[in-house]
Design a protein around this ligand. Structure first.
Ligand SMILES: [Zn+2]
Length: 249
């Protein structure tokens, strides 16, 4: 896990600095307090899922007999595995919006009223337990080694921090990037408090799946989007405790 261990704090630091220099939205929150709450939620979820899944994950990653063993070379194996993982992440994210039981936990991520790079870490521990558990059979089906998983998760960490970031990007550059990856303009629509917009742009790494499955959604006046969820805007809901109890409200 060496690659991932420095990529996440490095990309987080870079995007937080860019946000401070050129913020897109002028949120009325204390950025330090907001960032610390989001980082605490991320660390809590990471610790809990590591404790629960460590042994099981090591076992699963040691089995290299899934679909990808039919690939003729390592490069093709890597590309096919990355595409299949990303497709699974699209399906899983969409399930989190469309199945009420999963939305209960995923809405804690969406309740952030001031989306920035740290929101990329803000996932409820139960959502992380569910998503890690659901990924285990996918790892087995695709059949990959730890190196491929780490490559995907490292790429995912950078892109997830990037598309949550509150940095100002030239709209033409963002549009061009959105042909390949999920960008901040796309993801701001996903974090809108208008449910028809929330239920679009599910992609994690690639924008391809939203384009194929008809959930790609752009809006020209992104600056007018109201970020967050209507019922969770109060100070209590925005606190660490409020975040942890959001699924049970
Ligand atoms: Zn979502």
């Amino acid at each position: 896990m060496e690659l991932k261990s420095y990529i996440l704090p490095l990309s987080l630091s870079i995007f937080v600095l860019l946000e401070l220099g050129a913020p897109f939205y002028r949120f009325r929150v204390n950025k330090l307090r907001h960032g610390l709450i989001n980082i605490s939620t991320g660390l809590t979820s990471f610790l809990i899922s590591t404790i629960v899944y460590f042994t099981l994950l090591s076992e699963v990653l040691g089995i290299d007999h899934g679909l990808s063993r039919f690939m003729p070379n390592e490069f093709l194996k890597l590309i096919v595995a990355l595409l299949l993982f990303d497709l699974w992440m699209y399906i899983w994210h969409r399930m989190n919006h469309e199945i009420p039981f999963f939305w209960r936990f995923h809405k804690a991520h969406h309740s952030d009223v001031a989306m920035d790079a740290t929101t990329g870490l803000r996932f409820h521990p139960i959502e992380v337990l569910l998503s890690t558990g659901a990924r285990l059979p996918i790892y087995l089906l695709i059949g990959v080694n730890a190196e491929i998983i780490i490559t995907y998760e490292s790429l995912m960490a950078v892109i997830v921090i990037f598309h949550h970031s509150n940095v100002t990007i030239n709209p033409e550059v963002d549009d061009a990037l959105s042909f390949a990856i999920t960008t901040p303009r796309m993801h701001r629509v996903h974090h809108s408090d208008f449910y028809k917009e929330t239920n679009s742009n599910y992609g994690t790494l690639l924008s391809l799946w939203d384009r194929i499955f008809g959930t790609f959604n752009v809006r020209q006046d992104v600056e007018n989007i109201c970020i967050g969820l209507e019922d969770y805007r109060d100070d209590k809901s925005q606190s660490f405790f409020g975040f942890m109890t959001t699924p049970f409200k």
